[in-house]
Ligand binder design. Structure first.
Ligand code: CAA
Length: 258
């Protein structure tokens, strides 16, 4: 199916999904959410894809949920539709790694979308924020939950209560983003990271992602037990033999996902 609000390219084992509603700074309307979730699921199911990138434009990753679309809705409609449950539930069900490439505005649902990805690489112009408070609502896709886990209570309260934006520099310092690069270098840096991931053994990539995510859902001792079990299970793979032998033979590993 042709998408209207996103563009999807698959090249060299990486699926690049670009949000494409420039007139609305990539605001997340229902069509975009539907298409994005579908594209992510297709990439997850595509054997040629080993890593997924979600990006916006230089000016905006996404300026939030679509305010024009939401303005007319009432409680009964948003409650019955379970508005935006999809974004969280369907993205977190994706097993392959997802990198968010953030330049410009990542606000409200845009910041939450970036945080629902596995890690964020930002340009120096990135601005993160949860300004829903200015609209008489609050964050609805994890802005009070994931942001608090990333940057701690004080900054999460500050951002959710005042609606102020965080610069890329502050976001990196606070642990929200993993790297910050000049805007012209953003896609090169992100695609470089995606290609690095794509070279690894598929099983260890999926297991590492699952284990890190488990740390948000469980106690430390249970998380470490989960990690150890996953680590032990890697020894059932041919890729473990290949990876370790390649190191000892001082050569590049050739993983076969077996
Ligand atoms: N929804 C719908 N349209 C949006 C939008 C949004 N979230 N953000 C921007 N736009 C539209 C604007 O209405 C404008 O359209 P028109 O040209 O048709 O008027 C166009 O995008 C360009 O925006 P601006 O003229 O406002 O651009 P700017 O450079 O002056 O300001 C901005 C940029 C600071 C990002 C500003 O647009 C803004 O504050 N946007 C809203 C941010 C926001 O409040 N996001 C939270 C949304 S609620 C949410 O996300 C809920 C949730 O958690 C699930």
């Amino acid at each position: 199916m042709a998408f209207e609000t996103i563009n999807v390219e698959v090249e060299d084992h990486v699926a690049l999904i670009r949000l494409d509603r420039p007139d609305a700074l990539n605001a997340l309307n229902q069509q975009l959410v539907r298409e994005l979730c579908q594209a992510l699921e297709e990439a997850d199911a595509n054997d040629k894809v080993r890593c997924i990138v979600v990006a916006g434009s230089d000016k905006a990753f996404a300026a939030g949920a679509d305010i024009k679309e939401m303005a007319k809705l009432g409680f009964v409609e948003v409650f019955n539709a379970d508005l935006f449950a999809d974004v969280n539930d369907r993205i977190t069900a994706i097993r392959k790694p997802i990198i968010a490439a953030v330049s410009g505005y990542a606000l409200g649902g845009g910041c939450e979308l970036a945080m629902a990805c596995d890690f964020i690489i930002a340009s120096e112009t990135a601005k993160f924020g949860q300004p829903e408070i200015n609209l008489g609502v609050i964050a609805g896709i994890g802005g009070t939950q994931r942001l608090t886990r990333f940057v701690g209570k004080s900054k999460a309260m500050d951002m959710n209560l005042t609606g102020r934006f965080m610069t890329a520099e502050e976001a990196e310092r606070s642990g929200l983003v993993s790297r910050v690069v000049p805007v012209k270098k953003l896609m090169e840096e992100v695609m470089g990271a995606a290609h690095k991931i794509a070279e690894k053994s598929r099983m260890s990539v999926l297991a590492a992602k699952e284990a890190v995510n488990r740390s948000y859902e469980t106690t430390l001792s249970e998380g470490i037990r989960f990690e150890r079990n996953a680590f032990h299970s890697m020894f059932a793979t041919e890729d473990q033999k290949e990876g370790m032998n390649a190191f000892l033979e001082k050569r590049q590993a050739q993983f076969r996902d077996k």
